[in-house]
Design a protein. Structure first.
Lengths: 434, 466
């Protein structure tokens, strides 16, 4: 209907266009989009929605305003889930409950979705993560310090026919002390901010302490074989973007992956939270970053599990469009587990969702390989450049132990083969054969 | 001063962290202002001439030196007021040139627009061979005339807008270009009866209800400005000369380019019509009024005005593109090509190759004679293959061919065409490069495929004659 490809959160450029597309359409869908997504009043509600108009009023989703319908809340679809949240232009103040953000959607993709008895959503907000977890958990506990958020989460569970989520009021892990869960997810108020204004954005703890504290605390509520996923932002020091969150995972005695975006400078980070147009806020935040000596900031998701063996952490840039990556995440953990042992006896084969993209060019001597890369087609669509020798290796890995293959490689070439196989195993291009 | 400061597109974009060109007119301006600072010469020049922000006189003198500030003031690039220096123009670096134009905030009819996206498109689609006389019609800030001046003995540039001619003259001086003659007048009027070896024109082709800006709105109905320029250009082209004109037209029916192709019938020129894309009225209205975004009400009102106009005029679809013409006595050809979506690069040499290919194909008595010709794949071509692991090894899932520079055309390849492409090395004829007939394809079918595919690849510049 809207002819947009970049998601349903429309900016000032897209909004007037969307309005006209919707106005040109007579369907009930167009009426609902105008009302709940664009936030426009709906004339002649019965004409557009029939008895549905009265139901929206009865449910409290809309109110009447001189014959027109106005939204009480925004309602935005997320895959097959409908999520109600505060009107973005409303004036609720500190307790404002926002819609499903980009980071929340990424967290939803980067969660291990195996069946568990109990799942926990820390700081549930509008409840989207709890609803997602309810589908593969016997029961879910969702916490929030914001009562308004809990009310939204409760409503959204009902709206989506979910009845196995228990909501508890309290800060972070306080309502679940001494309990254990097979899955923990959290999209905390991770903004690095000088303010303590918005519950969903500002933790009030300063710097990146909220991300650090949560990463250190999560293992205390996690089953020994359970996985946790949390969004985070952190201060980047030095060349390696992920050094800091990897350190948190080590201190928390967890194995884990840090999947992150490219680091940004303070202005980019600040503009993302304040909209960039509020000059006073932008300057106040900039001063804070300068005072704290923060030069670069990164955003990402930490996926962690209690340490087995000596412990390990890995990091990688997030591909641009991660899709549902639960099985791929399990493969990443299994891959590093296998890669940190003696690889020689491990039978390896190429994962089923890998393809090769190669580009050949004409030269005076004939067609030549210009470049080649392995690509994962599902989950986290990682790519890695490879050369002829790696292509040969990959072709010959058919489930036999690596040692069999190494026997055919000259002695001096073996370390490289092992290193390449290890790298591909860790990223999920290769899988150990069970 | 500008060269010393590193005032060029790359460094400026890097400093501001953006590829956006409309720097002074976006909601992100406050971010850019903070990011650029005022700590060196590049920063203060960007503030004055890109972001339209004043700089304190003492800061400017410290960064540029007092002499430079005095020079800027003397030639009118800046004005001093209450201890602050204000830029009077926008200055956009384009390749080796520096082009002055009006600031965004100057909202009057004879506003002279800055170098923008279509200027670069136009420049990339111009054939650059040494010529005696070149013509730029509707020169605006003068960018196309100055680019043409590098490979022409003399350039004539026209504009109906005196302010534009003043800017263009200033820009010629600024860039040390001395072989451009500026003439005031509408379109081709100032060159009546004259012919040129190269013509470029980026006319006010936007189909719009407005006559607010001379650079954008011709004030003529529908696409008649494009039609008039397209029909007049050939008269001024000398034998063998090339002309490039940017166009917009009302698209009627399925065939996107039938309308502009009709404008060139009987004009004495071969015509290559390049179709960039087609949009519906709402997208066009939004795109050309982007500058109003910071005022949501005005933005919405402009969109309504434009959409209403399109609806009154019965305009359903609007197409954009460009035509390259070459005057040639004899029987002329017209060829239409859809432009690839991948970013355009300088394509003058490719356009010449496309003209040569059409000449060659037009001269063939029988298409099937192609089968005995020897071609080789251009070194600018890349074949991209997607391989999947199957039971018996790697299987080819998908294969495509693309040109790595210029107009970056791509096309899918199947088994037959892959074999053909990989076999074209200049020593084999097409017939010999075709795979052997099998159950799927008879020899005759293979030859038909060969003729069709080779023709297309030749037309787009994938192949060279051996």
């Amino acid at each position: 209907l809207l002819q947009v490809e970049t998601g349903l959160l429309l900016d000032a450029t897209a909004l007037p266009i969307a309005r006209r597309r919707v106005a040109a359409d007579e369907t009930p869908l167009a009426a609902l989009v105008a009302l709940f997504l664009l936030g426009d009043p709906l004339e002649e509600p019965e004409g557009h929605l029939g008895p549905g108009a009265a139901q929206l009023l009865a449910a409290g989703l809309a109110r009447e305003d001189s014959g027109r319908l106005r939204r009480q809340v925004a309602v935005i679809p997320h895959d097959d889930i409908l999520i109600a949240s505060d009107d973005p232009n409303g004036d609720v103040g500190a307790a404002h409950v926002p819609e499903v953000s980009r980071s929340s959607a990424t967290l939803g993709s980067l969660t291990v979705r195996r069946r568990v008895e109990r799942a926990l959503d820390v700081g549930t907000g509008n409840g989207i993560q709890a609803v997602l977890a309810s589908r593969h958990a016997e029961s879910v506990v969702a916490t929030d310090v914001n009562e308004r958020a809990l009310a939204f989460a409760e409503f959204n569970c009902a709206l989506n026919g979910v009845d196995n989520v228990e909501l508890r009021l309290g800060s972070f892990l306080e309502p679940v002390v001494d309990e254990r869960f097979g899955l923990v997810v959290s999209n905390p108020p991770f903004a690095i901010s000088p303010d303590n204004e918005l519950v969903f954005r500002d933790s009030g703890l300063g710097r990146d302490r909220v991300s650090e504290n949560l990463a250190l605390a999560l293992p205390s509520v996690l089953d020994p074989d359970g996985f946790a996923s949390m969004t985070a932002s952190w201060i980047v020091e030095g060349d390696d973007v992920a050094t800091r969150p990897c350190g948190w995972l080590e201190r928390a005695a967890c194995d884990g992956w840090v999947l992150h975006d490219a680091p940004v400078d303070p202005l980019t980070s600040i503009a993302g939270w304040t909209g960039g147009c509020d000059d006073a806020a932008t300057d106040r935040w900039l001063d804070y970053f300068a005072r704290e000596g923060i030069e670069r900031v990164a955003y990402g998701v930490l996926v962690l599990r209690s340490q087995r063996g000596d412990g390990w952490t890995r990091s990688r840039r997030l591909p641009e469009r991660p899709t549902t990556a639960g099985p791929h995440l399990e493969r990443l953990f299994a891959g590093v587990d296998a890669a940190t042992t003696d690889l020689a006896p491990v039978p390896l084969m190429l994962a089923p969702d890998v393809d090769i993209e190669q580009v050949i060019r004409r030269s005076p001597e004939g067609w030549q390989l210009a470049h080649a890369r392995l690509r994962l087609t599902g989950g986290l669509p990682f790519e890695t450049n490879v050369d002829d020798s790696v292509l040969d290796l990959v072709r010959n890995l058919d489930g036999r132990p690596l040692a069999t293959l190494l026997a055919t490689v000259p002695f001096e070439g073996r370390p490289k083969v092992i290193a390449v196989a290890r790298g591909l195993l860790e990223l999920g291009f290769l899988v150990p054969v069970e | 001063v500008f060269d010393d400061a590193g005032y060029a597109a790359g460094p400026i974009q890097e400093r501001l962290g953006t590829h956006d060109r409309a720097l002074a007119q976006t909601p992100d301006r406050p971010v850019y202002l903070r990011r650029i600072g005022e700590d060196d010469a590049l920063a203060v020049l960007v503030l004055l001439f890109m972001l339209d922000a004043p700089v304190a006189t003492d800061v400017l003198e410290r960064q540029l030196g007092r002499d430079s500030v005095e020079l800027f003031e003397r030639i009118g690039l800046v004005v001093l007021e209450n201890g602050l220096v204000h830029g009077t123009v926008r200055l956009v670096p384009h390749e080796h040139l520096l082009i002055a134009s009006d600031r965004y905030t100057e909202d009057f009819p004879d506003h002279v627009a800055a170098v923008h996206g279509p200027s670069a498109t136009m420049a990339h689609l111009t054939v650059r061979r040494p010529v005696a006389r070149a013509l730029d019609v509707g020169t605006g800030n003068g960018i196309q005339a100055l680019l043409a001046a590098a490979s022409a003995d003399r350039v004539v540039a026209t504009d109906i807008n005196e302010r534009a001619l003043a800017f263009a003259t200033f820009n010629a001086t600024l860039n040390g270009v001395e072989n451009v003659e500026f003439r005031a007048g509408s379109f081709f009027e100032p060159v009546a009866g004259e012919q040129f070896d190269l013509i470029v024109t980026n006319p006010p082709y936007v189909i719009s209800p407005e006559s607010k800006f001379l650079f954008r709105d011709s004030g003529m109905r529908g696409d008649s400005v494009s039609e008039q320029v397209a029909r007049t250009l050939p008269e001024h082209l000398a034998e063998g000369g090339f002309g490039t004109v940017m166009l917009s037209w009302v698209q009627t029916g399925e065939d996107a380019t039938i309308r502009p192709a009709g404008w060139f019938e009987g004009c004495g020129c071969d015509a290559l019509v390049l179709h960039t894309g087609t949009d519906e009225p709402l997208s066009i209205a939004a795109q050309w009024n982007r500058d109003l975004r910071s005022d949501p009400d005005e933005y919405a009102a402009a969109i309504d005005r434009w959409v209403d106009y399109f609806s009154q005029e019965g305009i359903g679809l609007i197409a954009f593109g460009c035509a390259v013409l070459r005057r040639r006595s004899g029987t002329n050809w017209t060829k239409s090509v859809r432009m690839p979506s991948r970013a355009l690069e300088p394509a003058g040499a490719q356009i010449e190759a496309m003209f040569a290919a059409q000449d060659f194909l037009a001269g063939l008595a029988d298409e099937r004679l192609l089968l005995d010709e020897r071609f080789k794949v251009s070194e600018r071509v890349r074949v991209e293959q997607e391989l999947l692991l199957a039971d018996d090894g790697w299987a080819l899932r998908d294969s495509s061919i693309g040109i790595a520079t210029g107009m970056r055309f791509t096309a899918g390849l199947d088994e037959v065409t892959t074999a053909l492409v990989l076999g074209l090395d200049g020593t084999r004829t097409i017939r010999d490069a075709l795979p052997a007939p099998d159950e799927a394809h008879s020899q005759q079918e293979l030859e038909e495929i060969g003729v069709r595919v080779v023709r297309q690849m030749l037309e787009l510049g994938f192949l060279q004659r051996a």
